[in-house]
Design a binder for this molecule. Sequence first.
Ligand SMILES: [Zn+2]
Length: 251
Amino acid sequence: MIYIYLFVLGAVFGSFYTVIGLRRPLNQSIIKPASHCEECNHQLKWYELIPLISFLIQRGKCRYCGTKISFIYPLIEILSGSLFALSFYLFGFAYNTLIMLFISSLLIIIFVSDFKYYIILDGPLIIFGILILLIKYFQSDLKTILFSLLSGFCLLGVMLLVKFIGDKLFKRESLGGGDIKLAFLIGFIVGFKLGLVSLILSSFIALPYAFYVILSKNNDEMPLGPFLISSLLIVFIFSDYINLFLKMFYF
Ligand SMILES: [Zn+2]
């Protein structure tokens, strides 16, 4: 029962996060104008705004002009709902469940804004960063938090170094400011060692997409945020296993 509840909650939040990710980079309000069909401007009623359900009932079309609604929206809602349910499945009644919920929330917003506009919003980074800081405060002590902050700064330093080398190598801006701020958050959440693992993992996950971007040629810009936050989530979930694995090699 709790899984269904969390899935629904995640889907609702996912649809809200999509609005944030689509509108905030353009400095538009989240509440005004109300959600409407992009084609005919028909304002959606409450029963047309139910995550997943409305999409299924309307068979993915606007009820007024029949324009197809992108299947990306229900996909994001399913992803968000699944991550919310998975958080509780993995960690149960623990602080880590909350941390995973916050990482998942950030993931959805970054997926939308970075894929669409190549932007990682400061607001969500700050808000979820503070929420995770509070959780860490309840979970541990001040010393641990200071150490986490230090880890964040160290990973930020690594990312700046990567940017410096990348800028020289490609003779253009290789990493955005958002990626660097996100690196700080990654170091803060999982620590320096696992943060490095995250960075390395993200470049592997991003590789197929990078090839796709290079081959398609029409656009040589590529968002890194979605891959960074995905690997953060993976490393956070498997942190115990990764730590064990690293110990085998004396790290
Ligand atoms: Zn319409």
